[in-house]
Ligand binder design. Structure first.
Ligand code: KG4
Ligand code: ZN
Length: 336
């Protein structure tokens, strides 16, 4: 089965062709224009998607050596995300499928992030715990039978990626801030500043706003005198605090749901320190650690096509009346 995946939920216009879970092409266009605003401007994002969507789809088909006729189904992100941006992708795919009679599969963006695990490692063969850490989400899911997901924990306030972006901004680094902090931290000492590790009452939930505020006070206290060495130390110490919390909660949640395998996905899962620490902690805990390559962690069309493929294998189809949604509450699993 050959699936075209289309993603427009935020500031990446992306398209990919997948054949029975095998990648044939993956084209991502990031909207650089938001860099000057320090974050994604929703209306600019929608307009940029309208411009890019047809050329990006064409490029994905060309790279795959495929034409539209050879595509069996089209998968598209329905949500969550920026509603105006989602409307562009969903309307485009619905029109395409109305005109060609091809089936549509509406995909949840967070489920698609999780499916980067299947895309990279094939059938997992057992329930696993997945950390989804992106610009909009910090969720822990128990994943069973394809993409059946139950929420184990989630952030109460900022997402991990959002905290990276905000701290980068405080340090005068451009958007998106995650890769900038990752790079700056290489030259810094992770134990230079003792930032708080937010541990909140609910064992597997997260909170990053207190940590962000602590960095804000620290930076304000320097009154603009931030040397390159200091900047690296702040980046490394902040990154270490986020990574400590993500690693600790992922490992302990895996034990709580008796999962022998963990995966980390979403833009923040491309963070070099998080990857190294998860590998190490997972090994110590006797867990199988699945880390998809960074290009499948950040937003892309291949994870949308893969989620669509998993849904279609389970008999899922989406009606042409399907609507995009900006937010979604995921069903929680009760942990004794
Ligand atoms: O998954 P993604 O591409 O889009 C969303 O669904 O949000 O994630 C984007 C987020 C941004 O906040 C970005 O700063 C963060 O992922 N990110 C990183 C790294 N690369 C991207 N955060 C930390 N370290 C990185 N290397
Ligand atoms: Zn995403």
């Amino acid at each position: 089965m050959r699936i075209l995946g289309i993603e427009t939920s935020c500031d990446e216009t992306a398209a990919s062709v997948l054949e029975d879970g095998r990648l044939l092409s993956n084209v991502v266009q990031s909207q650089a224009i938001h860099g000057g605003f320090g974050g994604v401007v929703p209306e600019i994002a929608s307009r940029a998607h309208i411009k890019a969507i047809v050329p990006i789809m064409r490029e994905a088909l060309r790279d795959a050596g495929a034409d539209l006729e050879s595509i069996d189904a089209v998968a598209v992100t329905l949500g969550p995300g920026l509603i105006g941006a989602l409307i562009v992708g969903v309307s485009f795919v619905k029109s395409l499928c109305f005109a060609t009679g091809k089936p549509v599969v509406g995909v949840d963006h967070v489920e698609a992030h999780v499916s980067a695990t299947h895309l990279s490692f094939g059938e997992i063969g057992e329930p696993f715990l997945s950390l989804v850490a992106s610009g909009g989400h910090t969720h822990l899911f128990l994943v069973e039978d394809g993409l059946k997901m139950s929420l184990v924990g989630a952030t109460r306030d900022d997402a991990a990626g959002e905290a990276f972006d905000k701290v980068a901004r405080m340090l005068g680094l451009p958007y998106p801030g995650g890769p900038e902090i990752d790079r700056a931290a290489e030259a810094g000492r992770p134990d230079a500043i003792d930032f708080p590790r937010p541990v909140i009452d609910k064992a597997y939930d997260f909170s990053f706003s207190g940590l962000k505020t602590a960095v804000r006070y620290y930076v304000d206290g320097l009154e603009g005198r931030v040397s390159p060495g200091m900047l690296s130390d702040i980046a490394a110490s902040f990154q270490e605090a986020v990574v400590d919390v993500l690693v600790h909660k992922t490992i302990s949640a895996a034990a709580a749901v008796s999962a022998g395998t963990i995966s980390a996905v979403g833009g923040v899962a491309s963070n070099s320190r998080l990857r190294a620490r998860l590998e190490e902690a997972g090994r110590e805990a006797g867990l199988r650690v699945l880390l998809p390559p960074p290009e499948f962690c950040t937003d892309n069309g291949a994870i949308i096509a893969e989620a669509g493929y998993l849904m279609m294998k389970a008999g899922g189809r989406t009606d042409l009346s399907a609507s995009p949604y900006s937010t979604r509450l995921y069903e929680r699993v009760n942990i004794a």
